[in-house]
Write a protein of this length. Sequence first.
Length: 145
Amino acid sequence: MSEARARGSCLCGAVRYEVHGPLRDVIVCHCRECRRWHGHACSASASAKDDLVIRDSEGALRWIDSPKSDAHGRRGFCSRCGSSLFWDAPGRPTTAIAAGTLDEPTGLRTISHIYTATKGDYYELPDDGLPRFAYSGNETPDAAH
């Protein structure tokens, strides 16, 4: 296997991971599930499933079905410290990785906002000039951005 291009972990270090291929730049998801899971919008990168190596010698990684996921995804978290780490959906070639769990420097940048139509009513989207998509990002960006 090639040298790791990126590494990361949960808060307590029980679950560690390595990425042996390229990482996608960061997308901010504003869907209700992400807001409930992370406490606010989720900033995530992603890697090819075959490039992600999870080191969990203590058996702390747990997966929970994401009940309202359009893609029938599941979420991976550390059962010791509660850190949200991964989002994975069957049939997709990539696994999303919570950007805040990556060791720095990441070399990544934020490139868009998705599910803006379902963002929380307690905040405004930043005026950062990034593309905004009402839903998954497979549609045309919102005209205002």
